[in-house]
Design a protein around this ligand. Structure first.
Ligand code: 3HC
Length: 291
């Protein structure tokens, strides 16, 4: 398959990542179906599109015509067969549970055309752990976007031992057509590039807060003002989800056995209390309206 042949993109999952990946693809000219099993998530993603596109026009980032065309190119559904049936390319962005992803890929392999590429946006699950449920291993890989996916430019393309060079190349080119800057990882490593680097920063920040050296607010101030990061590590954990941070840390810890990856007691406490960040209304900071 050549990248020019990719017209229809299916994005599974209407959560924060899925809905933004889908909308970004529609803005960049692809016909997109965004699917979720939960009707309320489907409605939420569609409402986000209705609010986001006029906002871009107001800010002068899109013309009225571009926004209208993007809106016409994207649709939402809770029907997997309808979403994946005609797709040339699928990006899975469902919950970060291995059993769920395996079930989804098994279904996709049955529903999709034989040459459709199946990519997972997982933050930490390598496609080697999923691929055996499909009959198209050479067409399976990781395609990892960053939060917020409409804004962040990087996409990590991770080539598993089963992924053909042709597929990796198509995914790299597709990311470019979606306005992103892709990097290719030629080997599967847990956490890929960015999350491994980010976890080191977040872990150190959390241990410093745990030792009561400084408050999360002051550590965030230190990182933004000294290192020039747009957000400090605690504010960023609230954006991406403290529960996700915990899951990635545990995966790295299990994989490497290295105690440096063990989540700090403060992270465990947050997860136990259900204080996951913006999505739960409270994390390291409180969020009155932004859920
Ligand atoms: N959704 C969509 N667009 C958003 C947004 C959101 N949630 N938040 C901000 N934006 C857009 C704004 O509309 C604005 O667009 P414009 O310049 O074209 O008008 C632009 O981003 C800048 O927004 P603001 O001026 O309101 O705010 P900031 O300048 O503070 O930027 C930010 C917000 C882009 C989130 C910035 O703080 C940032 O880059 N933070 C770091 C994010 C980051 O590190 N992400 C990677 C996380 S790791 C990850 O995702 C991996 C995963 O596996 C966990």
């Amino acid at each position: 398959m050549r990248v020019e042949e990719i017209k229809k993109v299916c994005v599974l999952g209407c959560g924060n990542m899925g809905s933004q990946i889908a909308l970004n693809a529609a803005i960049h000219g692809f016909e997109v179906i965004n699917m979720d099993v939960k009707e309320e998530m489907v409605a939420k993603a569609s409402a986000f599109k209705d609010q986001y596109l006029p906002g871009r026009v107001q800010k002068g980032r899109l013309t009225e015509e571009q926004a209208k065309a993007a809106a016409q190119r994207i649709s939402y559904t809770s029907d997997l067969e309808k979403a994946a049936g005609g797709a040339d390319f699928v990006i899975e962005a469902v919950l970060e549970r291995l059993d769920l992803k395996r079930q989804v890929f098994r279904e996709l392999d049955r529903i999709c055309k034989p040459d459709t590429i199946l990519a997972t946006n997982s933050s930490f699950i390598i496609s080697s752990k999923i691929v055996d449920v499909t009959k198209r291993p050479e067409k399976v890989c990781n395609m990892h976007f960053f939060n917020p996916a409409l804004v962040m430019e990087l996409v990590e393309v991770v080539q598993g031992p089963h992924t053909s060079p042709e597929t990796a190349n198509v995914v790299m080119e597709l990311a470019k057509k979606m306005g992103k800057t892709p990097v290719l990882l030629k080997k599967e490593v847990y956490g890929f590039l960015v999350n491994r680097i980010l976890m080191a920063l977040m872990d150190e920040a959390t241990w410093l807060a745990d030792m009561k050296v400084a408050s999360p607010e002051d550590i965030d101030t230190a990182v933004t003002k000294a290192l020039g990061h747009p957000m400090g590590p605690f504010r960023l954990m609230d954006l991406t989800g403290i529960d996700l941070h915990y899951d990635i840390a545990m995966e790295l810890y299990r994989d490497t056995g290295d105690p440096k990856h063990k989540p700090s007691p403060l992270i465990v406490e947050k997860v136990t209390k259900g204080e996951f960040g913006r999505k739960s209304g409270k994390g390291w900071y409180e969020y009155k309206e932004q859920k």
